[in-house]
Design a binder for this molecule. Structure first.
Ligand SMILES: [Zn+2]
Ligand SMILES: [Zn+2]
Length: 346
């Protein structure tokens, strides 16, 4: 017998609080390719709020939210090949099938066969014990504190994959990051600097300026009106990491030098961006979407972290039982760093 606790989303929206389900019971045994992970910490992501608002119509409720968890494997199903009991792991956004075209080309974060999307299609990390398929996880070294490791995939991993695999950033290049005060944006500032780039950070409010400067941004532009490209003059960017989405999309496009690359990371919202195709064609621009990171990306990222440690920003640690309050704080916006939930045994 053990204390098990999960926060459950039982109704779409903000009218009803997350339900905290606490029991004395033996945690469920994994079957097939499932592993069971005793969760040490799970970060609260802005996407959790998007999930809660019902923006993904395929969400299966009731569901346990959370896709930024870290913990140790305590049991494995009979068909598990990748892990052993005792391994320390972190969650990715979802599993991958290993067989579709994206997977066989080494791009499992674009897998079309993934069925286990944490917090949407299967129960996620706001829990003491997580059961999920083995391909939902990447390896986490023992030395990293759980609260920091929890945030690594969705923030630093996403930024790292976008900047290396798709933007192919090289030392000396100019990288512009929008939404630089956010989780991925702040991580992107740190990663781009470690890749040797010069970083221009864009924020919408002057109260974020000192924060992104401290993360290492060479220049910070405060622009509430999404006309920041006007402030670049002739110093256009080789690559833009677009972390905001529709509101800043066109200013980001106009921040690129001819042949430049825009990596679109966020946000998945219903509003559509209008694009002047002639501008894209004549300047030879590339617009590339990217989501999450693969196990291979995470291995490289963790090596970079070991050589030149990132300053991983944690706003607060809160008990899992306060998951609803944590989500409401994230939903209200403006935090610097993640809120991380710690389950009772953690
Ligand atoms: Zn996330
Ligand atoms: Zn696949």
């Amino acid at each position: 017998m053990a204390t098990t606790q999960s926060a459950r989303l039982t109704q779409i929206g903000w009218d009803e609080d997350l339900h905290i389900d606490t029991r004395e019971e033996t945690p469920s045994e994994p079957v097939g390719e499932q592993v069971r992970v005793e969760i040490e910490a799970c970060a609260v992501c802005h996407r959790d709020c998007i999930d809660r608002a019902g923006r993904f119509k395929f969400i299966q409720i009731p569901v346990t939210p959370g896709h930024e968890a870290v913990g140790r494997i305590t049991a494995i199903g009979p068909d598990v090949t990748d892990w052993s009991v005792g391994d320390r792991v972190g969650t990715m956004h979802r599993d991958f099938c290993g067989q579709c075209e994206a997977c066989t080309r080494g791009n499992p974060s674009a897998c079309v066969g993934a069925a286990a999307v944490l917090g949407l299609l299967i129960d996620g990390g706001y829990t003491t014990h997580l059961l999920a398929p083995q391909r939902c996880f990447f390896r986490v070294p023992d030395g990293i504190p759980a609260t920091e490791a929890a945030t690594l995939h969705c923030t630093f991993g996403t930024a790292y994959r976008g900047l290396t695999r798709f933007a192919q950033v090289e030392p000396g290049q100019h990288v512009l990051v929008t939404g630089a005060n956010g989780g991925v944006g702040g991580a992107a500032v740190e990663v781009a600097r470690r890749l040797g780039a010069r970083v221009t950070a864009v924020v919408r409010d002057a109260r974020h300026q000192a924060y992104v400067s401290a993360l290492g941004a060479n220049t910070t532009i405060v622009d509430p009106g999404d006309r920041f490209h006007k402030q670049l003059g002739t110093d256009l960017a080789d690559a833009v990491l677009e972390c905001v989405g529709q509101p800043s999309f066109n200013a980001s496009l106009r921040s690129l030098r001819p042949g430049g690359r825009m990596i679109v990371i966020g946000n998945v919202i219903e509003e559509k961006a209008a694009v002047n195709l002639g501008y894209v064609v004549t300047r030879g621009l590339q617009i590339i979407g990217s989501s999450g990171a693969t196990r291979a990306d995470m291995k490289d990222l963790l090596e970079l972290h070991q050589q030149q440690p990132f300053s991983i920003q944690i706003h607060a640690e809160m008990p899992l039982a306060e998951a609803d309050r944590a989500q409401r704080l994230v939903h209200a916006g403006g935090l610097h760093g993640r809120i991380v939930l710690v389950p009772p045994h953690g």
